[in-house]
Design a protein around this ligand. Structure first.
Ligand code: PRT
Ligand code: ZN
Length: 285
């Protein structure tokens, strides 16, 4: 049975579970155990600390995993990165005490400094590629307090909103690594595992494609249909249906949310009335 390792608790847990539910995978969170079978899909869930997921997937204990790209990069174990998942976005950055910012002229500032981090491998790679020699102090939690505590001169840590840095008197000076949650697969995935992965990917594609889309329907004077079709190209072309009222039709289409209000304005100018906008659950092309 194919296993999917996800974070047991923490920042990625909720959104990983939400994505799986969105694609029709039932998770019994009420009696969540370390290992539990999915009742309606050939998958076994394995709930782990995120630090352990890359290794488990690499050695095939779990065929698949959902984890931050930062963890995959730091652990460095061979896995296939199948797909970015669009949540858990963050970056690994170098940050220095605010008071030092006026004298900061670039990465050479870090020469000879003590840098606290939980990501020594990614940091070492960055320092080496910039020819910088610095001391790396590995600490596993609350890295942001290290400079104030006198443990280090500066930090290399995960930043998302940047609020934690600000409230600790630190300033982000170098963005080193961009991360988000990714679906990873074991390089030794069986044929059967690959088939299950294909099905998962197909469902994820249709769910993510639908997120940005809205279904729009309206009543339109028959005479405006040609112009309206130019505004609403839709998946293939919009659906046009006659209405009982002479000279009117009903037009249905799918539009991107980003273009929605612009299109609505143009359609109203063509005489569209009774415009309804609905969420789209899935799109299968
Ligand atoms: O228990 P377990 O080992 O599984 O969890 P964990 O404590 O190691 O990790 P967790 O749950 O904190 O984070 C899991 C993953 O979420 C990380 O590996 C990243 O891929 C991703 N992620 C996204 C983040 C953040 N955003 C984030 N903001 N991980 C941590 N943070 C921290 C950051 O270090 C800072 O201290 O959250 C704090 C707030 O960030 P700001 O910048 O928004 O203030
Ligand atoms: Zn962790």
């Amino acid at each position: 049975m194919l296993r999917l390792a996800v974070q047991a608790k923490g920042r990625l847990h909720e959104e990983s579970a939400a994505l799986l539910r969105e694609i029709g995978i039932k998770l019994d969170e009420s009696k969540r155990q370390f290992l539990s079978k999915v009742p309606n899909f050939p998958l076994e869930m394995l709930y782990m600390r995120d630090d352990d997921i890359p290794q488990l997937v690499s050695d095939g204990t779990a065929g698949l995993g959902i984890v931050g790209l930062n963890e995959v990069e730091e652990k460095g174990c061979p896995v296939d990165i199948v797909r970015k998942l669009g949540f858990g976005g963050c970056r690994l950055s170098l940050a220095i005490p605010k008071a030092e910012v006026p004298g900061y002229e670039g990465p050479s500032w870090f020469e000879g400094k003590r840098i606290a981090t939980s990501y020594p491998k990614i940091l070492r790679k960055y320092l080496e590629s910039n020819g910088i020699h610095a001391d790396i102090e590995v600490i596993t939690g609350s890295v942001e307090i290290a400079p104030a505590a006198g443990i280090a001169d500066c930090i290399f840590d995960i930043v998302s909103s940047g609020g934690t840095l600000i409230s600790n008197g630190l300033a982000e000076v170098e963005r080193v690594f961009e991360s988000e949650a990714v679906l990873i697969a074991s390089p030794s995935l069986s044929e059967e595992g690959r088939n299950v992965l294909e099905e998962l990917l197909f469902r994820i594609e249709s769910a993510t494609r639908s997120r940005e889309k809205k279904y729009i329907l309206m009543n339109l004077p028959q005479a405006s249909v040609e112009e309206a079709v130019k505004i609403l190209p839709s998946l293939r072309s919009p659906t046009v249906m006659p209405l009982a009222a002479e000279g009117w039709c009903s037009l249905h289409s799918v539009v991107s949310e980003s273009e929605l209000w612009d299109k609505v304005r143009q359609l109203k100018a063509l005489g569209a009335e009774g415009i309804l906008i609905l969420n789209v659950d899935k799109i299968i092309e």
